[in-house]
Design a binder for this molecule. Structure first.
Ligand code: GLN
Length: 238
């Protein structure tokens, strides 16, 4: 943490904010507050410079053209790359995930340069992946089974310098044939999961908060979130 509070930067709500991904911000604020950790959230519009002193940067999903514009602006700005170099946490969903990679597919499938902050490459698949997604998270992250929903045309290939975030149990995820969903490297984590992801998966929210705080977090009562999780998991797995 750079100060006495966790600074959360919600990147480009005017371009990357489909499927309620902004809920991820609210969950982080709430779970920090319940532990007595103050937060400050910046809703950063795409015409504003990316602050370098954020602790957690969040990116959401987006349509193809806003995604291209967001990638161009973030590349030009350079602030997110600097924050990652100084150890900030980044959590990116769908379009946000794709644009962290070396390249992704534009609206006609043309390769568009990404930020190169994750060693992944995305292109456009034959079919849109739409529906519930369930996955078992990489054991070293110590996060319970994830549930969310996906809606993307993109297919993502993982390079040598990232680890798969989860193994797909139901749904498509990265869609590159290796059966994985999402990717992470250090404290930069990307996923195809909407939901919002952190509402459905408080364990994932706590992983990000723990990275930001740098210490073990006090456990919370998750009974409401667990009811939602159970309902969603039963809907697809039973
Ligand atoms: N435009 C991207 C795709 O279709 C991302 C979509 C999204 O963020 N939901 O793959």
């Amino acid at each position: 943490m750079s100060s006495d509070r966790i600074k959360i930067v919600w990147i480009y709500p005017d371009l990357l904010s489909t499927y309620g991904d902004q809920g991820n911000t609210i969950v982080l604020e709430r779970r920090a507050a319940l532990r007595g950790i103050p937060t400050e959230t910046v809703h950063l519009r795409s015409d504003e410079p990316v602050p370098a002193d954020g602790d957690i940067y969040l990116l959401g999903g987006g349509e193809d053209r806003p995604q291209i514009l967001a990638a161009q602006r973030l590349r030009g700005d350079g602030g997110l790359a600097r924050a990652v170099q100084s150890g900030a946490v980044v959590f990116a969903v769908c379009a946000g995930y794709q644009l962290l990679g070396h390249e992704f597919g534009g609206e006609e499938g043309q390769p568009v340069p990404g930020l190169g902050l994750l060693d992944i490459r995305s292109g456009r698949g034959e079919q849109r992946a739409v529906g519930e997604i369930v996955g078992d998270v990489a054991a070293e992250l110590n996060v319970p089974r994830i549930t969310g929903f996906e809606n993307h045309q993109g297919v993502t290939h993982l390079g040598q310098n990232v680890r798969p975030f989860a193994k797909v149990v139901h749904g498509v995820g990265n869609g590159s044939g290796d059966g994985f969903e999402g990717a992470y490297s250090g404290r930069v984590l990307g996923t195809y999961m909407h939901g919002p992801a952190l509402v459905r998966n408080p364990g994932l929210a706590d992983l990000l908060l723990g990275w930001a705080v740098g210490s073990e977090l006090q456990p919370l009562d998750n009974s409401w979130a667990d009811r939602l999780r159970e309902e969603r998991l039963n809907a697809v797995l039973s």
